[in-house]
Design a protein around this ligand. Structure first.
Ligand code: SF4
Length: 272
């Protein structure tokens, strides 16, 4: 029976994240999903300390176990698809680089200016801290049989496939959160641009228009208007029309949320 008092993401956060396999599962993420689905016990991870085990088991509320379980299932399917890809052939088409090695080569994709290398088994390697919301879009982008080059035509989130249904959530969890961060920390957007190789662009009706590349052919545009004449600031996130083809809609949504949450984390942890 699933453990209903523990959120799977809290389980994941408490794990060592070494993917050591001692729980008989390939990764800590798979273990967190299995616990929340009732297929594993917290005690099956020998590296989880007693205090964390007790805390998880007694104090948290559930609800998203099935969601994470589904996420891990989808991730496994993506890893399978990677096995059949011809990295050398697709790399130039999708804006990646093929790097040969002794075990079939790696497909290198840049996310926000940082390199992530996908191996033949669908594992992702990087000098950066790898977080699940980055891994799934990287694999989905690489495994997508369709691909569209950057168009230069910008769309609102609601104009992307499936965007209408998630527009309210997107507004509250991405645009409003980022706007409030920009309001609280002057210069934050410029600093994020420096950190993540964003490109300020002109020609938009905005005080700051900044393009970021979470994937090579997946640009998003942040348009920010400063407060003026008693009006509060505003912030909109637009997507190049190619984004509608280059990632599944759900992935675009989770990628955007992951991105803004990371900005939120950075803004709280540091003066960027
Ligand atoms: S035993 Fe624990 S640390 Fe090792 S992979 Fe499983 S959950 Fe992760």
């Amino acid at each position: 029976m699933p453990i209903k008092s523990v959120t799977p993401l809290e389980i994941y956060k408490s794990l060592e994240k070494t993917n050591c396999g001692r729980c008989q599962l390939p990764s800590c993420l798979a273990f967190a999903a299995a616990v929340s689905a009732g297929q594993k016990k917290l005690s099956d991870c020998p590296l989880l300390d007693k205090q964390s085990t007790e805390h998880l088991a007694t104090s948290l509320q559930s609800g998203s176990g099935q969601e994470l379980y589904q996420f891990v299932q989808d991730l496994s399917k993506l890893e399978q698809k990677i096995l059949n890809l011809n990295f050398a052939e697709i790399a130039p088409r999708i804006g990646g680089i093929f790097r040969e090695d002794a075990i079939g080569g790696r497909l290198v994709l840049k996310s926000l200016g940082k390199e992530f290398a996908i191996d033949r088994q669908g594992q992702v390697h990087s000098e950066c801290h790898l977080i699940p919301w980055v891994k799934a879009p990287l694999l989905a982008y690489a495994a997508n049989p369709q691909h569209q080059a950057i168009t230069g035509r910008w769309l609102n989130f609601r104009d992307l496939p499936g965007g209408m249904e998630r527009q309210n959530l997107f507004t509250s969890r991405c645009e409003r959160l980022l706007k409030s961060l920009a309001d609280q920390q002057q210069g934050l957007l410029n600093d994020l641009a420096d950190l993540f190789l964003g490109e300020p662009i002109s020609g938009f009706d905005a005080d700051l228009a900044l393009v970021l590349y979470p994937l090579p052919h997946f640009p998003l545009l942040i348009c920010w208007h400063a407060p003026e004449d008693g009006l509060e600031s505003s912030l909109t996130i637009l997507f190049d029309a190619c984004c509608a083809i280059n990632l599944p809609p759900q992935m675009t949504f989770s990628l955007s949320i992951g991105l803004v949450q990371m900005f939120d984390h950075i803004a709280k942890q540091h003066t960027v």
